[in-house]
Design a protein around this ligand. Structure first.
Ligand code: COA
Length: 159
C-alpha cells in the first residue's frame, strides 16, 4: 500500500470524527464540527494520509501561535487508523507538520498523555523533550499530560 500525504479537506471531517471515537475514547473525542472549526482557522495547518483508494487513514494538525517576532507552534492532534500503525504514517504526518512549523519559525509544543508510550516515542524521535506535566489535563478521563517541546531549529548551534 502506498500512502499519500496531502491537505485535510472539509469533506474529510466526518471520517476524522469517526477515527477520533476510536483513537481517543474517554478523552472527549473531537466532533466533525470541531474539525470544521480547526480547518477554518487561517492559523492552522492540517494534513491527511490517504491510502491507494483515497480513503483517509490518518490526520494531523498544527496551530501557529505567538507573534511575528516570537512565533511558536502547537501540534493540536495526530492520529492513524489503528489497523495501519507502525508503518511510518504517523511519522510522515508529523514530519509534514514540522516542515511547516520550521518555516514559520519558533519552538513547537504539544501535550500528550503520560501513558501514551507510542506517541511519546514518536515525539522524542523527532526532537521533542518533556518540559512539564499538566495534572488531570484530559477530561473526562482525568489523565495527566506531559507538555513536550521541540526547540526552535534556528537557535540550535551549528555543527
Ligand atoms: C502515535 C501514532 C500517531 C503513531 O503513528 P504510527 O503511524 O504508528 O507511527 P510510525 O509508524 O510513523 O512510527 C514512528 C515512530 O513512533 C514510535 N512508535 C510508533 N508506535 C510505537 C509503539 N507502538 N511503541 C513504541 N514506539 C512507537 C517509534 O519511535 C517510531 O519510530 P521507529 O519506527 O523508527 O521506531 C499512533 O500510534 C496513533 O494514532 N495513536 C493514537 C492517537 C494518539 O495517541 N495520538 C497522539 C496524541 S498526543
Amino acid at each position: 500500500m502506498s500512502v499519500l500525504v496531502d491537505a485535510l479537506r472539509p469533506e474529510d471531517v466526518e471520517r476524522c470524527a469517526e477515527l477520533e471515537q476510536v483513537l481517543f475514547p474517554g478523552d472527549d473525542p473531537w466532533s466533525a464540527d470541531a474539525f470544521r472549526s480547526e480547518l477554518a482557522s487561517p492559523h492552522n495547518h492540517y494534513v491527511a494520509a490517504r491510502d491507494d483508494d483515497g480513503r483517509l487513514i490518518g490526520y494531523a494538525g498544527l496551530a501557529r501561535l505567538g507573534t511575528g517576532v516570537h512565533p511558536e507552534s502547537e501540534v493540536h492532534t495526530i492520529g492513524v487508523d489503528p489497523g495501519l500503525r507502525q508503518r511510518g504514517i504517523g511519522g510522515a504526518l508529523l514530519g509534514e507538520l514540522l516542515r511547516v512549523a520550521d518555516a514559520w519559525g519558533g519552538p513547537v509544543f504539544l501535550e500528550v498523555r503520560t501513558d501514551n508510550d507510542a506517541a511519546i516515542a514518536l515525539y522524542r524521535r523527532e526532537g521533542f523533550e518533556i518540559v512539564g506535566t499538566r495534572k488531570r489535563y484530559y477530561q473526562p478521563s482525568g489523565a495527566d499530560a506531559y507538555t513536550m517541546c521541540r526547540p526552535d531549529r534556528r537557535e540550535e548551534p551549528r555543527p
